[in-house]
Design a protein around this ligand. Structure first.
Ligand code: NAG
Ligand code: NAG
Ligand code: NAG
Ligand code: NAG
Ligand code: NAG
Length: 421
C-alpha cells in the first residue's frame, strides 16, 4: 500500500513538472461507473434505475452526452445507454440480448447516429441506427451486419473515426491476430497489422493525430507480458511505447497526453505518456472488489475534425431512413397539391374563356410553347403541358398560375402578345 502511495506521489510530481494534463475519464467497475477528474478526484455513479451487474465496453458521445455500455451478466439487455447530461441518469435498454451474443467493444458514429459493436460469439461486427430517441430493438431484427468474419475470427477491440469515416477493429484469434479497417458499410476492408501480434485486446484512435493505439497481451496462458503500441492509421510507423509484465489489459483509451488502460490481474488503472517517453507505467487507481472492464476519455466538447482532410459525407448515406421517408412523403404531397391547383385553375380558365380566347400573357409564355386558337382540344393539350411542366416546389410556377388567373380578365392581351414577339 505504501509503495502504491509513493507511485501516486511520484506520478503527480512528474505531471506537475512536465506540464502534461490528465483527461477526465469514465471507468466501468463492476456494476458502477466511476468519473475521474484531473487524474485525482473521483466519484462513482450507481445506476439505480436498473439492475446492473458487470459493465463493460464503454463508448461516449459528447454531442448527445450519452454513454453507451454493455452489461455482460444482464439477463435480458445487451446494450444500454445513460444520459450523463441529465441528473436522473435513467438507463435505457437499447438492444435486447438474443442468445449467446456478446458485446466486446462499442463505438458510436454521431454523424449517422450509428451504434456499432464487435460480437465475439458470432464473429461479426454489427450496427444499429438510433434513428429516434428511446429506441429499443431485439438483436435479431433491427440489427445490420457490417462484417461477418472468417470462421476462426474473434473480433474484440473496435473504434470509429467520425472525421475520416473509418472503422477499426482487432481480431484476437490465436493463429492469425490482426488489426483491420473498413468503411462503415463494410467496403474497402484492409489488414493494417498482422505481424508480432498475440492478443490485441484493446484498441483506441487518436482522431486528430490519426494514430491507432492498442494493447497486446503477449501470452494468453499466464497473462504476463504486454505491449502498448501505436501506428499511423494506415498501419505504418509502428512504435512500441511501453512494454510491461504481469498484467492482462482489458481496455484502453488515448487522451491528449497519455494513454490509459485497465488491468484485469491487479484491478488497476494505469497510464503512460502517449509519445512513448515514459520509462515505467504509472498507476492512477486501484479497485478493491472488481476489475475495471472499460475506460474511455470523458470528452466535454464534441470532437472537431479541424484541419483533417475529411471526406465529404455522402448525404444519402447520412440521412437516416425515417427522415428520408418523411422527406419523400412531403415532396409527394407538395407535388399533389401543385398538380391539383394547376388542374383546378386550368379547368376554370378553360371554362371561363369558353375555348375561344386563349391569349397568352407575356410572363407565362414559357408555359405555352405553341398555340392553337382554333379549338378547345388544343387548349386542353396546352393545359396538360402546363401541369407537366410545372416544377413541384418552385415558386415561379405558382407565379405563372397567378398570372394566368389575373390575365383572364385582361381585355387587351392580344396587343401585349404582339409586342412580346
Ligand atoms: C439482478 O441481476 C442478477 C444477476 O445479474 C439476478 O440474479 C437478480 O435476480 C436480478 N434482480 C432483479 C431484481 O431483477
Ligand atoms: C449458447 O451457448 C450454450 C453454451 O455454450 C450452448 O449450449 C447453446 O447451444 C448456445 N446457443 C446457441 C443458439 O448457439
Ligand atoms: C449468427 O448471426 C447470423 C446473422 O445474424 C444468424 O443468422 C445466426 O443464426 C447467428 N448464429 C448464432 C449461432 O446465433
Ligand atoms: C461505402 O462507403 C464508401 C464511403 O462512404 C463509399 O465511397 C462507397 O461507395 C460505399 N459502398 C457501397 C457499396 O455503398
Ligand atoms: C501512411 O501514413 C503516413 C502518415 O500519415 C504517411 O506518411 C505514409 O505515406 C502513409 N503510407 C502509405 C503507404 O500510405
Amino acid at each position: 500500500m505504501q509503495s502504491e502511495a509513493l507511485v501516486i506521489v511520484m506520478a503527480f510530481a512528474t505531471v506537475a513538472a512536465s506540464g502534461l494534463k490528465h483527461d477526465d475519464l469514465i471507468v466501468a467497475v463492476g456494476d458502477r461507473l466511476e468519473f475521474l477528474t484531473d487524474g485525482s478526484t473521483y466519484r462513482t455513479l450507481a445506476l439505480d434505475s436498473y439492475n446492473a451487474s458487470k459493465l463493460s465496453a464503454l463508448a461516449y458521445d459528447a454531442t448527445t452526452r450519452k454513454l453507451f455500455f454493455s452489461d455482460r451478466h444482464h439477463l435480458y439487455g445487451h446494450i444500454f445507454s445513460v444520459n450523463l447530461g441529465d441528473e436522473s441518469h435513467l438507463v435505457e435498454d437499447i438492444v435486447e440480448r438474443n442468445t449467446n451474443e456478446t458485446v466486446e467493444s462499442l463505438a458510436y458514429d454521431p454523424v449517422r447516429k450509428m451504434l456499432l459493436w464487435t460480437d465475439w460469439f458470432n464473429r461479426s461486427i454489427r450496427r444499429v441506427q438510433l434513428a429516434k430517441e428511446h429506441i429499443h430493438i431485439e438483436e435479431k431484427d433491427g440489427v445490420e451486419i457490417v462484417h461477418f468474419l472468417e470462421d476462426d475470427a474473434k473480433p474484440r477491440g473496435l473504434v470509429f473515426d467520425p472525421c475520416m469515416r473509418m472503422l477499426y477493429w482487432t481480431n484476437v484469434y490465436k493463429s492469425r491476430p490482426t488489426i483491420e479497417r473498413s468503411f462503415l458499410n463494410g467496403s474497402q476492408r484492409e489488414i493494417l497489422i498482422q505481424t508480432d501480434l498475440f492478443v490485441p485486446n484493446a484498441l483506441d484512435l487518436d482522431v486528430l493525430d490519426q494514430r491507432l493505439y492498442w494493447a497486446d497481451n503477449l501470452r494468453e496462458d499466464d497473462y504476463r507480458t504486454f505491449n502498448i503500441e501505436r501506428s499511423f492509421v494506415n498501419g505504418t510507423g509502428r512504435q512500441k511505447i511501453y512494454r510491461g509484465i504481469s498484467q492482462f489489459v482489458v481496455s484502453l483509451t488515448v487522451g491528449g497526453d497519455y494513454v490509459y488502460w485497465t488491468d484485469y490481474n491487479h484491478k488497476k488503472l494505469w497510464y503512460v505518456r502517449k509519445d512513448g517517453s515514459s520509462k515505467s507505467s504509472m498507476m492512477l487507481r486501484t479497485y478493491s472488489r472488481n476489475p475495471a472492464m472499460g475506460v474511455v476519455v470523458y470528452r466535454h466538447e464534441p470532437l472537431k475534425c479541424g484541419s483533417l482532410n475529411t471526406p465529404e459525407i455522402d448525404f444519402e448515406d447520412a440521412v437516416d431512413i425515417e427522415t428520408k421517408k418523411m422527406y419523400i412523403i412531403f415532396v409527394n404531397l407538395i407535388c399533389l397539391v401543385m398538380v391539383g391547383m394547376v388542374a383546378t385553375l386550368t379547368f376554370r380558365f378553360w371554362k371561363f374563356t369558353g375555348c375561344k380566347s386563349t391569349l397568352v400573357p407575356s410572363k407565362s409564355k414559357k408555359l405555352f410553347a405553341f398555340q392553337n386558337f382554333e379549338n378547345c382540344r388544343s387548349s386542353i393539350t396546352m393545359s396538360e403541358r402546363t401541369s407537366t411542366q410545372a416544377e413541384p416546389v418552385s415558386p415561379s410556377s405558382t407565379e405563372s398560375v397567378n398570372v394566368l388567373l389575373t390575365n383572364e380578365r385582361h381585355s387587351d392581351t392580344a396587343a401585349l402578345f404582339k409586342y412580346e414577339f
